[in-house]
Design a protein around this ligand. Structure first.
Ligand code: PNS
Length: 161
């Protein structure tokens, strides 16, 4: 079975990477898909996020990285994927995640959302928290893959934002 792991990944965190690694053991293939969200003002462009994910998942043989504009279920149909993989961190994630899972089911009945509990050590971690820490000069090496940490530091050093 093919699983899609959709998200913004702006940027990918160690929590995301943990879900990908565990998903790879459960599914024949995991397609990590960067979804373009016109409502969000991203730190990294989609192509850069794809590149970052490719680099930090290079050790996994059954991972593919892609991007898509549109509905997640349309992408799942296109790729003949039967599963949408999502990580659940804390209780506050649950409401939004359940709403998305049910909405996706109404859009296409051919896909099931499978939740993995985020590893305990990353249950507090979010991409927005990473950006906030880095923006104020804090260290993020313990929160994101090394290639991503370097690029975040570079970004804020240049004073782009
Ligand atoms: O990493 P995120 O921001 O929590 O991911 C949210 C994402 C990208 C999975 C969600 O916003 C999404 O599926 N966007 C694509 C548009 C879509 O399919 N919307 C209907 C599902 S509720």
């Amino acid at each position: 079975m093919i699983a899609i792991y959709p998200g913004s990944f702006d940027p990918i965190t160690l929590g995301h990477l943990d879900i990908i690694e565990r998903g790879c053991k459960l599914f024949e293939k995991v397609i990590v898909t960067v979804l373009r969200n016109p409502a969000k003002n991203p730190l990294f462009p989609v192509a850069k996020r794809v590149e970052q994910i490719c680099e930090c998942t290079a050790h996994l043989s059954n991972v593919e990285v892609d991007s898509f504009t549109g509905l997640t279920v349309e992408y799942a149909k296109l790729r003949k994927a039967g599963v949408l993989l999502r990580g659940l961190r804390v209780l506050s994630d649950f409401e939004k995640e359940l709403q998305m899972a049910h909405t996706n089911k109404t859009l296409w009945d051919g896909v099931e959302t499978v939740f993995l509990a985020t590893a305990n050590e990353y249950s507090f971690l979010s991409s927005s928290m990473v950006k906030e820490i880095a923006r104020f000069g804090g260290s993020v090496e313990h929160l994101v893959p090394p290639n991503v940490a370097q690029e975040i530091y570079l970004f804020y050093k240049k004073g782009d934002r």
